[in-house]
Design a protein around this ligand. Structure first.
Ligand code: ZN
Length: 128
């Protein structure tokens, strides 16, 4: 499974629009029912318009009616972690035990949970 998500994330990274950072990021996720979505980072000359690969994949899933993420893979050349904003968006569509796997170009991988990355997350439960 991880291999498949890795391949999709790596492949998605090749579509990145990253003329400013020059860093291609790809992400692939599996929803609760097994459906897979992927995305790449899409930068903008007005930097606030830039969207990370993780959120592109999440928004593709949500826009198709899939609001529960089971696992997510993030590919960068150096195995970078998701940014704070992406982790916050993940809290909206996943439980704290969401598996987040980071992969780099050498094939090295590391998996941690969403709770490990963002232990005191602001979640939808706070809004109730
Ligand atoms: Zn991000």
């Amino acid at each position: 499974m991880s291999k498949n998500l890795r391949d999709l994330a790596l492949n998605a990274s090749k579509n990145a629009h990253s003329p400013y950072s020059k860093v291609n990021v790809g992400s692939a996720l599996q929803t609760e029912d097994g459906t897979i979505y992927y995305g790449c980072n899409i930068e903008n000359s007005s930097f606030g318009g830039t969207v990370c690969a993780e959120r592109v994949a999440i928004w593709k899933a949500v826009s198709e009616g899939h609001k529960k993420i089971k696992k997510i893979y993030v590919y960068t050349h150096a195995g970078w972690p998701p940014c704070g904003m992406c982790l916050q968006v993940m809290t909206e569509f996943a439980t704290p035990d969401l598996e987040i796997t980071l992969g780099d170009k050498s094939g090295k991988e590391m998996t941690k949970t969403l709770k490990e990355f963002l232990p005191e997350a602001f979640t939808p439960a706070h809004m109730k």
